[in-house]
Design a binder for this molecule. Structure first.
Ligand SMILES: Nc1ncnc2c1ncn2[C@@H]1O[C@H](COP(=O)(O)OP(=O)(O)O)[C@@H](O)[C@H]1O
Ligand SMILES: [Mg+2]
Length: 281
């Protein structure tokens, strides 16, 4: 068992600038959260809008510093406020965002989207960069011809596949996925979730998977962390948390999610898996 990432009592304050009427102040968006996620496993972070999920995601993805607390990536402490992370450490953790329309530059060809991380962070020569990008496109279920096209030619689900491919170009061990399927139609959600499960198995990836959707969490999570107003109000394995939610907020969250949604998404996923299995055999 290898721990991909670990957080110890992470805190994040946002400074709110003052006005002529009042001085500056700060809000504590993350209030002391601890977690760990192993290679090959998924930690789902669930909570309603404004609970601090994206703030925590950006800390784990080495985009924003924590105000206090410790973050360890593969056992090594990282404090980006004091020391810029090395290229290696940056490559280790990659992020996928919710909005597949906003996260791809409309003027950049898909090939450039995928080869750019290699060009910026490695000495891999151009021909090899192209080869790796084309191979990655196939891994995410896109034809190689996509290499010369622009993002506007693709649907939301296809763009999210491309964004996932880009995130994988530097061989990360951890993906932080912030609501990666929330903007997609339900049937497309199931396809992208299946893809993520396949990629996780193939590359032994750890996922920190942010979602407000319990049916998605139930499907993909090994462990669950429920956030409410910046705190982790519940933490445990998926089965523990779903079978016996302890905190009133978790119960309330669960009560608001009809069970049929869970069954429906499971059924969709199962039927797709069956279809793919029979197509392969
Ligand atoms: N850049 C920022 N400056 C000030 N406050 C912020 C900033 N980003 C988020 N917040 C506040 O932090 C809290 C948590 O936000 P966020 O992490 O985006 O939650 P979630 O992703 O769960 O919706 C919210 O109250 C939000 O208004
Ligand atoms: Mg968010």
């Amino acid at each position: 068992m290898t721990i991909a990432a670990e957080g110890r009592n992470l805190i994040r304050d946002y400074e709110i600038p003052g006005s002529i009427f009042r001085g500056s102040s700060s809000v504590r968006a993350v209030k002391g959260i601890s977690f760990s996620v192993e290679r090959g496993k998924t930690l789902a972070i669930v909570g309603e809008s404004g609970s601090g999920k994206s703030t925590l995601a950006r800390i784990i993805a080495l985009i924003d510093p924590a105000t206090e607390g410790e973050l360890l990536i593969e056992g090594k402490p990282v404090d980006i406020a004091r020391q810029k992370p090395t290229r290696d450490m940056r490559s280790t953790v990659q992020m996928v965002f919710q909005n597949p329309y906003g996260s791809l530059n409309p003027r950049q060809k898909i090939g450039d989207v995928l080869t750019e991380p290699l060009a910026l962070n490695t000495n891999v020569p151009a021909a090899e960069r192209r080869k790796r990008a084309e191979e990655m496109l196939e891994k995410v279920g896109m034809p190689r011809e996509v290499y010369n096209r622009y993002p506007h030619m693709f649907s939301g689900g296809q763009r999210q596949r491309i964004a996932i491919a880009r995130a994988l170009m530097l061989n990360p061990t951890l993906l932080v996925l912030d609501e990666p399927v929330s903007a997609l139609d339900l049937s497309v959600q199931a396809q992208v979730l299946n893809l993520l499960a396949d990629l996780q198995a193939e590359f032994d990836l750890a996922y920190v998977f942010i979602s407000h959707d319990l049916s998605v969490v139930r499907y993909i999570a090994d462990d669950v962390l429920v956030m409410h107003k910046g705190e982790a109000v519940e933490q445990g394995t998926r089965d523990e948390v779903f079978a016996d939610p302890k905190h009133p907020y978790t119960r309330q969250l669960f009560a608001a999610t009809p069970v049929t949604d869970v069954e429906a998404i499971r059924a969709r996923v199962a039927s797709r898996q069956a279809a793919r299995a029979s197509a392969q055999s």
